[in-house]
Design a protein around this ligand. Sequence first.
Ligand SMILES: NC(=O)c1ccc[n+]([C@@H]2O[C@H](COP(=O)([O-])OP(=O)(O)OC[C@H]3O[C@@H](n4cnc5c(N)ncnc54)[C@H](OP(=O)(O)O)[C@@H]3O)[C@@H](O)[C@H]2O)c1
Length: 334
Amino acid sequence: MTENTSVVLARRPQGKPQPEDFQLSQSVLPTSLKPGQLLLKNHFISLDAGFRNWMDEGSGDAVLPAMAIDAPVMGLVLGQVEQTEHKQYTVGDWIMARLAWQQYSITDASDFLIKVPVDDGYPPNYFLGVLGDTGLSAYFGMLDIGKPSDGETVLVSAAGGAVGSIAGQIATLKGARAVGIAGGAAKCARLVAELGYAACIDHHGDVAAQLAEHCPEGVDVYFDNVGGPLLETVLDHIALGARIALCGAVATYGDPQPGPSNLFQLTTREARMEGFFAHTQVERYPAARAELAGWLEQGKIVAPEYRLHGIEQVGPAFCDLFAGRNFGKTVVEL
Ligand SMILES: NC(=O)c1ccc[n+]([C@@H]2O[C@H](COP(=O)([O-])OP(=O)(O)OC[C@H]3O[C@@H](n4cnc5c(N)ncnc54)[C@H](OP(=O)(O)O)[C@@H]3O)[C@@H](O)[C@H]2O)c1
């Protein structure tokens, strides 16, 4: 009998998640698989702020149903096939999938599930970060929508997080001047020293004054991970012809807020604002990964990681995203 520890939703978070919203729960794995199933031993749990959106009552949509109380919390996991009754997968395959926060997962592969090419020589955890959904979100959002060019000013919010850390570096290697937004002087200093940002705006301070100082000609590209009042403030500082890539809105998850009151700025600045979702572009992952991997090999980008250890750290690590305690991609190694 194999015991399986899961992290369950103990109660619905009110606003920002708290460690007490999550609890550990034990179960026993079945002794055999049904035809078409595979058993994954999860090595890493990925913590992704967007999953907060399905923790509220009635929050289900086409991507996921609302998470149920006392049921394992859904997220992204990275594991290896331990047993298989599925023709397309063999024992030892590395899989990244949208499954629950558990030590072991049983799936019929109908979930969002990707076999990851770990034989390329990269650490498997890269397929949750720089070569996974967050790195690919940075890549698609920055290059398809932001389209930064030489000398332009590119502003990135949550600039030290999983997506933002890669988005800023891509802007820099395209010749733009990347300016980050992050919480606190210490994190801002790391953004400049470790990620190549030209400057950093502390969102705990006066953002409008710092925007005027660091983006005096206006913002050509805004890669937005935060939404809410920050987006409204930035809209007042966009340059003519600006592009705004709406990647996420972490400030509004569990705390819905009215939209910006100054959308007319898009008209007067002849700017465009566009959302995107990386998951719907899976067919583009191999080509995008190859380019990101090339930049890693050439030392043009780095992949910072905030790693905790043990299934009991999964709930707290998720909360860390909303308190800004992470730097880079947040994972828990099991
Ligand atoms: N479109 C897509 O396909 C896609 C895919 C993946 C992720 N996303 C989105 O990308 C964003 C980043 O997600 P992630 O999971 O990679 O998290 P992350 O950026 O690694 O961590 C979240 C960061 O957000 C900042 N933050 C949290 N609450 C904030 C607030 N109220 N105001 C300002 N900043 C705040 C914190 O940094 P500081 O406060 O220290 O700055 C924290 O480090 C999320 O909005 C997520 O939904 C979108």
